[in-house]
Design a protein around this ligand. Sequence first.
Ligand code: ADE
Length: 249
Amino acid sequence: MRTGIVSAMPQELAAVLARLPDERRQQVAGRDFWAGHWHGHDVVAVLSRVGKVAAATTATTLIEHFGVDRIIFTGTAGGLGEGVRVGDLVLADAFMQHDMDASPLFPRFEVPLYGQSRFAVDAALSAALGRAARNAVAVPAETLGADAVAEFALDAPRVHEGLIVSGDRFVATSAESDALRAALPAALAVEMEGAAVAQVCHDYGIPFAALRTISDRADDAAHVDFMRFIDQVASRYSVAVLESYFSSL
Ligand code: ADE
């Protein structure tokens, strides 16, 4: 079994690489892929790059060139669902592209020629990642450090599970996030890559699971220092969840 670990942010990838005792870099498609082991399990870690096309190329290369037979994606997302707060985690049960619209030829959001708009994650892989995520949030000060919990006022972070939507834009106005909520009321969070990776994994028939830390509410509220949040919260959650996942295999 070989697992592809896709990180959305360089800080997350750096935290992942710090856990691999033997990683070796290989460049393919202009990307750095890092093959190594985590608790003895064969892994290839890589940065997704931003947006659906870049993420699809990364996922395809992981499968075609590196022969991974499962992919786990970690990163950040904007919270859309009620009660989905900064510092919470969202485990995807399915992905949609919120900017896919080939109407009137196909229903809005449907990916043409697939006959579907939703791409489900792998239930077993996602359940295992969910268990690891719940371990990571149980005692946030242990996972993140007391300073980070205080700095970002994290109050009993939760793991939500449901629909994540992806599109090629950073959603940073209330008008836009309101429109997304109206069009896709089930969406818990928005990001820019997951639906592309889900579609690639669907095409190749390999298991996929994804976990995102909520970094913002996808609105125009002045928000915490994004880069510091990635360093202090999102990267630490990602690595703790993956650590718990690989040590449980
Ligand atoms: N990733 C993190 N926050 C996001 C947002 N508001 N929109 C799109 N992608 C994101």
